[in-house]
Write a protein of this length. Structure first.
Length: 281
């Protein structure tokens, strides 16, 4: 198992500085952003990605996975997959298909399935694996059962699942997160670590609104010890990506990047303690 840090939250720093901080916190590597606004732009991947991997290696870090916005097998995306393979990067996170208007869900599912089949073919040819991220809100992949449906006829060597218990708990409440982990089982190659909490915001709309936003792991709704027990039962030994989304509108907090690093260090220690507790029990 490898622990990596999602680099989106460090992007105001040069990559060299971000790598030094990530290494100092004890991570094994980077979940590198290769998308618009990321450390590497997709169109620059042939030169930018090998350079980024070299910077990471200089800090003693690997790059086992990339976060991309790929949603179709277009030429830039195919080139990115090929470059990732050349850099020894096996796992890629895909982008998202959005469910917009009521009455359009089934056509959106069918469209996603067709596009995913094309992406799978390109991934197999390149020698990488692309992964569907379970993400709450109006995304096609918000429901683990839908992710399973999208994956079931595709080659596990080319397409897999990126489980995200934080998003699964927000959408699934009591137990869908657990059912989703079991249903997806051996298709899970990546696991995202983040936690959210619902709070009532009386300032939104005419009568207020319940909102879910990111909080430090100990304050969130996920029972991480229970998650670790489920992952152990599945024999999961893939890449675990810690997300520290404590800035801007995604979080109940708005931390500076230095504060975010301090919180990440605490989250990481707490997460590992949860795993030790789960495996000991």
């Amino acid at each position: 198992m490898q622990y990596v840090m999602f680099t989106k939250h460090l992007q105001e720093w040069p990559l060299e500085q971000a790598c030094a901080k990530v290494k100092a916190m004890g991570f094994d590597g980077l979940d590198l952003t290769v998308r618009g606004g990321g450390y590497v732009l997709p169109e620059d991947a042939p030169t930018g990605l090998p350079a980024a991997v070299q910077v990471a290696a200089g800090a003693g870090l690997g790059v086992p996975m990339l976060t991309t916005n790929i949603t179709a097998a277009d030429p830039v995306s195919v080139q990115l997959m090929q470059t990732a393979a050349q850099c020894g990067i096996r796992e890629l996170k895909l982008g998202y298909w959005t469910y917009r208007k009521f009455g359009e869900y089934r056509p959106a599912l069918d469209d996603a399935k067709v596009k995913l089949a094309g992406i799978a073919q390109a991934a197999a040819a390149a020698g990488v694996r692309v992964n569907l991220h379970i993400h709450s809100n109006n995304f096609i992949t918000a429901n683990p059962a839908i992710v399973w449906w999208l994956l079931q006829d595709l080659d596990p060597a080319a397409v897999g699942a990126y489980a995200d218990p934080g998003h699964m708990v927000i959408e699934g409440g009591k137990d869908v997160w657990r059912q989703g982990l079991e249903l997806l089982g051996p298709r899970i190659n990546l696991v995202a670590i983040k936690a959210m909490a619902w709070r009532y915001n009386p300032t939104v709309g005419r009568s207020g609104q319940w909102q879910d936003k990111m909080v430090p792991l100990p304050q969130g709704m996920v029972d991480w010890a229970a998650v670790w027990r489920c992952l152990a039962a599945l024999g999961f030994d893939g890449t675990v990506s810690l997300h520290s989304e404590y800035q801007g509108g995604h979080s109940w907090y708005d931390m500076s990047v230095d504060e975010l690093v301090d919180q990440t260090r605490e989250d990481f220690a707490w997460l590992r303690a949860c795993r030790e507790q789960a495996l000991a029990g």
